[in-house]
Design a protein. Structure first.
Length: 182
């Protein structure tokens, strides 16, 4: 007699635990929690993000399968079908799969410009350097040479055409650098 009493108490406690877990995990869905542990039916586990179920229904009996498919551009990670397994309570044969974007969508999609010049010896840096050198050589040759000197007010190197006296420094900037005692 104590054996059946312990079994009865255990069933009540397990039913209470399942009831509370369903109420706490799914507020507003009390109808889910009224199922007893002896009920072999399982609820639909839901949809994976970016996917759908084939021939879905609300409740599943042991032995029935649920098949998942992903939308175009996504691949299914996990089992494509899970099965309702008889138990106390019944359970699904595996976790809910999920849909992930194809990794091939992100692979080998270089910019078209980069693909065009990939085999060329003239990549962007070399072309810019070649143009800079050509412009510099032409400007030096056409202007008779440029002098770089400091502007007296800004103290920045500026490029000027050469002076007639061939001196890159003005006398006023040199005297400002000397000490006043001298």
């Amino acid at each position: 007699m104590t054996d059946s009493y312990e079994h009865f108490v255990l069933m009540i406690l397990m039913s209470l635990r399942v009831f509370l877990s369903h109420v706490l995990l799914r507020p507003g869905h009390v109808e889910h929690s009224t199922r007893s542990l002896s009920d072999p039916k399982l609820l639909n586990p839901g949809l994976p993000d970016n996917g759908y179920q084939i021939l879905s229904k609300r409740l599943y009996l042991p032995g029935e399968s649920l098949t998942f498919v992903c939308y175009q551009g996504y691949e299914l990670i996990g089992e494509d079908a899970i099965k309702c397994i008889m138990g106390t309570p019944s359970f699904w044969s595996g976790p809910l799969p999920f849909c992930m974007a194809y990794s091939s969508c992100f692979d080998h999609h270089d910019l078209e410009v980069a693909r065009e010049t990939a085999g060329s010896k003239l990549d962007g840096g070399n072309v810019a350097l070649a143009i800079f050198i050509i412009v510099l050589v032409l400007s030096v040759c056409c202007s008779g040479g440029l002098m770089c000197r400091y502007h007296s007010n800004l103290r920045l190197p500026l490029i000027y055409p050469p002076r007639t006296d061939r001196s890159p420094w003005r006398r006023s900037s040199i005297t400002r650098c000397m000490r006043p005692e001298e």
